[in-house]
Design a protein around this ligand. Structure first.
Ligand SMILES: [Fe+2]
Ligand SMILES: [Fe+2]
Length: 322
């Protein structure tokens, strides 16, 4: 039976009305359902950036696999790195279905990444020089990712929601793994505590930037489209406040500080007041001009070229049996 949106006698306006009514009722959209071009484009932008960020996000911690302090830690961080690659795969599959009607492929996404047309999260352009950085990434970067991804668990696009349910379950392990490293260092020697403090200080601006610039009362057209389509439900600043409320008390409780002498909680407004990071620098970082951008993009591109024969073999097998 044809749904109302699929009936060919409907005008584009009528299809759009039926589409919006469906998501307003809490209905979910599947990959082969009719959808407005704008909805498809917003999803492609969001999901491809998310998927590529998972893959690029495996790289800062991968650097710590050979140098992890114990075998148990090495196994745990290796498993986390593998999980992140798996998240990337899941999400790129979702993106691939959205791209297909536009004649674009997953390969195009990878080439967009190498040409710096496709951006990935600011945090994964940064350095991770000590073991404490590996802990802080797990504890706070994965913690921040859980906050943004949980917001989209009920997204109107069903394939993304299904992928996120699986991803979020694993991200919780990552945050616990990071917290375990952080707590061990926090209970360690003075030198270990200092290493951890330096990592928190180093990551602070990047963590604030993770959620994107504050709206200051002005929602961008992209954001309002995403909210209208129920792709996202909270603003950047709302998400950042959830993060600050959850993690700042924990950081302070462990006896550590953040590099912001003016930071305080405004009881009346029920929010943290903090110094803004350098948003110009943020733009430069996500454009691919961060401290480790070139190195990590180069690593990803080399690995992509070196594994081309595997993709070719699978594709040609598919053609023979297909
Ligand atoms: Fe992940
Ligand atoms: Fe993760």
């Amino acid at each position: 039976m044809q749904t109302q949106m699929e009936r060919s006698d409907l005008t584009e306006n009528e299809k759009m009305e039926a589409f919006l009514a469906k998501i307003d009722r809490g209905g979910k959209i599947e990959a082969d359902d009719w959808m407005p071009d704008d909805y498809r484009n917003q999803l492609i932008k969001l999901i491809s950036m998310h998927g590529i960020s998972e893959i690029m996000g495996a790289l800062p911690e991968k650097e710590w696999v050979p140098k992890a302090p114990t075998l148990r830690r090495k196994l745990a961080i290796m498993a986390k790195v593998q999980d992140e690659m798996g998240h990337g795969q899941l999400l790129l599959r979702v993106a691939e279905d959205l791209l297909a009607p536009l004649g674009k492929t997953r390969e195009d996404l990878m080439n967009d990444l190498f040409a710096k047309r496709l951006k990935f999260h600011n945090v994964f352009h940064m350095e991770a020089p000590t073991w404490a950085d590996a802990g802080v990434i797990g504890w706070l970067v994965d913690g921040a990712a859980i906050i943004t991804q949980s917001m989209s668990l009920d997204t109107s696009y069903a394939p993304y929601a299904r992928a996120l349910h699986r991803i979020c379950a694993e991200e919780k392990f990552h945050a616990q793994h990071g917290e375990s490293i952080v707590l061990e260092l926090a209970e360690g020697t003075e030198e270990q505590r200092q290493m951890l403090q330096e990592a928190i200080t180093r990551w602070w601006p990047s963590l604030l930037m993770f959620f994107g610039p504050p709206e200051n009362g002005t929602i961008t057209s992209n954001q309002s489209a995403n909210m209208r389509y129920k792709i996202r439900t909270q603003t950047n600043e709302e998400l950042r406040q959830v993060f600050l409320k959850k993690y700042l008390p924990r950081i302070f409780h462990l006896g550590f500080t953040v590099p912001d002498e003016t930071i305080h909680f405004d009881e009346e407004k029920d929010q943290w007041v903090y110094q803004q990071p350098d948003w110009e620098q943020f733009k430069q970082i996500v454009k691919g001009n961060g401290p480790r951008s070139a190195h990590r993009l180069n690593l990803r591109e080399t690995s992509y070229e070196e594994t081309k024969w595997v993709r070719d073999a699978i594709m040609s097998y598919g053609r023979h049996v297909g």
